[in-house]
Design a binder for this molecule. Structure first.
Ligand SMILES: Nc1ncnc2c1ncn2[C@@H]1O[C@H](COP(=O)(O)OP(=O)(O)OP(=O)(O)O)[C@@H](O)[C@H]1O
Ligand SMILES: O=P(O)(O)OC[C@@]1(O)O[C@H](CO)[C@@H](O)[C@@H]1O
Length: 302
């Protein structure tokens, strides 16, 4: 069973414009949508959609926190959140003619005591795996992630920014940087797929059994004891990429939970992320029938 921890959840607002964004004028959106978001919460939604036992934990507060709680309940996602005094953030993705604009708030300031409260929630679930996803709100340091990783005999998976990844000291089963985060964490040249695989491999020495590097339209690399696996991305019609990394990671974890090997897990991850990027925002697509997509993913050893 997997528990996801989101220290800094968000309501994801996705607005779509047909025209170019321009300053000093009112832009009127054609489409708007609100989703429950934050990396761990997205993963919990995707895992639940794949029928994998999972509980979403994290910090919630204010009207945005209530929205997330209700949305997850409606979607049948099990939850065990900790209440905070501040208001959970609202992040905006504007999809416009020139591309995607991602506007993320910092989130409410919290005190260190929330780590103890969250750890208690995690321990109560007795998980095999714990996924800690997303940024830290003001008031917390990377130690908040290390404390959860070291707080029980579960395998911990972490998906956070490169600057935070670099500061972690505990032992982790996996981290999932995207290309920019991998570059930030390692200082290595990540301009080629091979360069990413080298950087990911070297980064394992910092306390990560495996590194899953997501490379956007270039696919993904999974580096571990079984070698350096590279999967090409599928040629699909991308609406927006918010939550793409969470979807990749959820697919990999879902396959591992079912006992699959790394190659099948990577294929599954790419298939799930391909479904998600074809929909706006972090809305959860149908993930029950990804078999043919998964079979179309090419994986090779680098
Ligand atoms: N343009 C694209 N075409 C095809 N597949 C894509 C594209 N962008 C992303 N993907 C798929 O999604 C996966 C994750 O993408 P990406 O590296 O952009 O994640 P990310 O930066 O962590 O995203 P986020 O932080 O928004 O969750 C890729 O490995 C790939 O399978
Ligand atoms: O600011 P963070 O915590 O790094 O990222 C938060 C976020 O952008 O990531 C998710 C997509 O991966 C969204 O649901 C959410 O708004």
């Amino acid at each position: 069973m997997i528990v996801t921890v989101t220290y800094n959840p968000a309501v994801d607002q996705t607005i779509q414009f047909d025209e170019q964004m321009a300053p000093d004028r009112v832009m009127r959106a054609d489409e708007a949508q609100f989703d429950a978001g934050g990396k761990g919460i997205n993963a919990a939604q995707f895992l639940t959609a794949m029928d994998r036992p999972c509980v979403a934990t994290g910090l919630l507060g204010g009207f945005t926190g209530s929205f997330i709680r209700e949305t997850l309940q409606d979607d049948g996602v099990e939850t065990a959140f900790v209440d905070v005094d501040g208001t959970t953030r609202l992040n905006t993705t504007a999809i416009a003619a020139a591309g995607e604009y991602k506007l993320n708030q910092a989130g409410p300031t919290v005190g260190e005591s929330v780590v103890d409260a969250l750890l208690e929630q995690v321990r109560a679930q007795s998980p095999d795996r714990v996924l800690i996803g997303g940024s830290l709100p003001p008031g917390l340091s990377p130690n908040a992630i290390d404390r959860i990783a070291a707080g029980g005999d579960w395998e911990t998976i972490v998906d956070t920014g490169g600057d935070v990844l670099r500061e972690l000291d505990a032992q982790y089963g996996l981290c999932k940087p995207n290309r920019a985060e991998l570059g930030d964490a390692t200082g290595a040249d990540v301009s080629t797929v091979e360069g990413c695989a080298d950087a990911a491999d070297a980064f394992r020495d910092r306390g990560f059994d495996r590194v899953l590097a997501s490379l956007g339209a270039d696919g993904a690399v999974l580096v571990g004891d079984t070698g350096r696996l590279y999967a090409e991305a599928l040629d699909i019609n991308v609406v927006d990429t918010v939550g793409a990394g969470d979807a990749l990671l959820s697919g990999v974890l879902s396959a591992w939970e079912a006992g699959a090997d790394d190659e099948t897990a990577l294929r599954t991850g790419v298939a799930v992320s391909s479904q998600v990027v074809q929909r706006a925002g972090t809305a959860v697509p149908d993930l029950n029938d990804i078999g043919s997509l998964r079979d179309g993913v090419t994986v090779r050893q680098l």
